[in-house]
Design a protein around this ligand. Structure first.
Ligand code: AMP
Length: 211
């Protein structure tokens, strides 16, 4: 199963991805996590992406398609993948489709998280993430300990108010049109109400995917 998680920054894709992965028994791939790891390691990729990421802008499509090409040929993704944070532009959707078709595969479903901007701003202003495993938390302080790995919780640089505004604008301008592209292309497109308890959203998403 190749599933694309689609939605605004802060819609809960990163929270739901591992839960859906457990349900569907396929691994997740988050382009944001790959980029943050590269940034921490100080690799060329990380240096290339740093400025865009810190400002809340998108990194170039060629960089994202390079990551996807590199990752998706790894054997752990043979049985499928949940893509979290890619696809974010129409050229990425087109590039992914070309890449998958050479492997005899295609996107099986796109799961769109539905949430309004006020809730996004509330969530992102209150979000911390584990500096080690990237698990996101709301309502927890910087310096608290991650439940999963014991890492320290930090604020993401791009969760400051200016960057949040930029990311929402970028979503409207560049990412929202991807949904229309998938609709036209005939992929199974399902929408889930992304407000509520984490486990309720997972259950709703699974119902929508199976329906
Ligand atoms: P995320 O963790 O998905 O919110 O991604 C964090 C940041 O990484 C984004 O604000 C972008 O700067 C960059 N990024 C991650 N995935 C993509 C993508 N598919 N296309 C462009 N930029 C991306």
């Amino acid at each position: 199963m190749i599933l694309v998680l689609f939605g605004k920054p802060g819609a809960g894709k990163g929270t739901q991805a591992p839960l859906l992965a457990k349900e569907l028994d396929v691994p997740t791939l988050a382009t944001g996590d790959v980029l943050r790891a590269a940034k921490r390691a100080g690799t060329t990729l990380g240096l290339q992406a740093k400025g865009c990421m810190d400002r809340g802008e998108l990194v170039p499509d060629s960089v994202i398609l390079g990551i996807l090409a590199e990752e998706l040929k790894q054997p752990q993704y043979n049985k499928g993948v949940i893509l979290d944070g890619a696809v974010r532009t129409v050229p990425q959707a087109e590039g992914l489709e070309r890449m998958l078709s050479t492997l005899g595969k295609k996107v099986d479903a796109v799961l769109a998280f539905d949430i309004d901007n006020d809730e996004i701003v509330r969530r992102l202003s209150d979000r911390t993430v584990c500096e080690n495993c990237q698990t996101p938390y709301t309502g927890r302080k910087v310096g608290d300990v991650c439940d999963k790995c014991g890492g320290a919780l930090i604020r993401r640089k791009d969760d400051d108010p200016d960057a949040i505004r930029t990311r929402l604008r970028v979503y409207d301008d560049e990412t929202a049109p991807v949904l229309g592209w998938y609709r036209k292309n005939g992929e199974k497109l399902v929408t889930v109400n992304a407000v509520g308890a984490v486990e309720d959203i997972t259950a709703r998403a699974m119902r929508a995917l199976r329906g």
